[in-house]
Design a protein around this ligand. Sequence first.
Ligand code: AMP
Length: 213
Amino acid sequence: MKIVMLGAPGAGKGTQAAMICEKYDIPHISTGDIFRSNIKNGTELGKKAKEYMDQGKLVPDELTIQLLLDRVAKDDCKNGYVLDGFPRTIPQAQVLTEALAKTGEKVDFAINVDVPDENIVHRMSGRRSCPKCGASYHTTYIPPKREGICDVCGAELIQRDDDKPETVKNRLSVYHEQTQPLIDYYEKAGVLKTVDGTKDKDEVFGDIVAILG
Ligand code: AMP
């Protein structure tokens, strides 16, 4: 089962992706997480990616596409995977389609987690993440048990630089220009499924499970 998560930044697609991966026991592949781990480790890729990410821009396709193709070629991806944050541009989607077609495969579901823009800014400004283990929270929707502290590993939670209000505005306009066209792309491919992302996270997950079967 190969699943692509679509939706604006902050729509909750990362949370849903993690829940799907746990239920179906397939890997959760987030290009954003891969870039953040490269930034943390001070790699060349991390340095280059950070320049774009801090401005709310997309990391160029030349740095992103091969990284993703190498990741999905790994052994743990044999039974499928959930892509969270990839593709984000039509060229990325085309490369993925072509790479899968070589082995007679395709994206089985593109799940569009639909949330109107007005909800997004509130959602993103409340997002917090754990710099140590990567767990994500929201001050209103997914609060940690102890304020500001990670439930999983006890580290102090942070607000990602790219979740700060000025960056959020840029990320939303980048989303509308470059990523929203993917909704049409996957609709034409006959695999698009849209869920109402304004519902409670467990309800959204129930809707997704009903789709995936
Ligand atoms: P995310 O964690 O998916 O919200 O991604 C955070 C940031 O990483 C984005 O705002 C982009 O700067 C960068 N990024 C993640 N995935 C991609 C991608 N597929 N293409 C280009 N940039 C990406």
